[in-house]
Design a protein around this ligand. Structure first.
Ligand SMILES: [Zn+2]
Length: 228
């Protein structure tokens, strides 16, 4: 359907990045490349258990530590190269996550897909919206299944997994935690967006304030002409 394209999507906590990423992947038939999923695929692959590097990374992972950045970059670029051969488009949600990744991944992706085929979007929401959406999260009192606030999930009254009662998770403590996460997002993402701008990318800003279907509509309107 569409030609080989890469979409890079960023968004603050509560901006609906994962929901929108799934919509974009379905609409434009893109492979959704998640670095955490890729890491797990590698370190739990029975065929790779004798590999010393895999063993090292598995130990880091199981200790709850970050995997080695150069290794993560290597497996991501390897996957992108494979998808490129298969003529597949890719969507990244919240990735590259660090400047190290960006500087070592973007030039490779440009070689494989062509700079003109890489699109960058950022879903913007006000800090108050992020705090509101995140602090209105509920969870199941029985199995702790989380319910993230949205116009759709607002109507849910019992746990979709076990039918248990739902309770609010919001608290003042949580508001502080969300503010820290927001600040972290900005501090981490801004340099990457600046790096991309300096390389000549236009960062498409998407208004994340409306309901999710409206946001999807704006994204499709902006992406449609670029994905042909
Ligand atoms: Zn439950």
């Amino acid at each position: 359907m569409s030609k080989k394209k890469i979409v890079i999507l960023y968004g603050a906590p509560g901006a609906g990045k994962d929901t929108q990423s799934a919509q974009i992947a379905a609409k434009f038939n893109l492979f959704s490349l998640s670095s955490s999923k890729l890491i797990e695929e590698k370190i739990f692959n029975p065929a790779l258990q004798a590999d010393l590097i895999i063993e090292r990374e598995k130990q880091l992972f199981e200790a709850g530590k970050l995997c080695t950045p150069s290794w993560v970059t290597e497996i991501i670029n390897e996957k992108v190269a494979q998808l490129s051969v298969e003529e597949r488009g890719i969507i990244f949600s919240g990735s590259p996550r660090t400047m190290y990744e960006a500087e070592n991944e973007i030039p490779k992706w440009e070689e494989l897909y062509g700079k003109e085929n890489i699109n960058v979007l950022e879903i913007k929401i006000k800090p108050e919206t992020s705090i509101f959406r995140n602090s209105h999260r509920r969870m199941c009192a029985d199995c702790r299944f989380p319910i993230i606030y949205s116009a759709e999930t607002e109507k849910i009254t019992t746990c979709p997994k076990c039918g248990g009662p739902l309770v609010y998770r919001g608290s003042l403590d949580e508001e502080e935690t969300i503010k820290v996460r927001l600040k972290e997002y900005e501090e981490r993402t801004l340099p990457i967006l600046n790096y991309l701008s300096e390389r000549g990318y236009e960062i498409m800003k998407i208004d994340g304030e409306p309901l999710p279907p409206e946001v999807t509509k704006e994204i499709f309107q902006k992406l449609d002409p670029l994905m042909k």
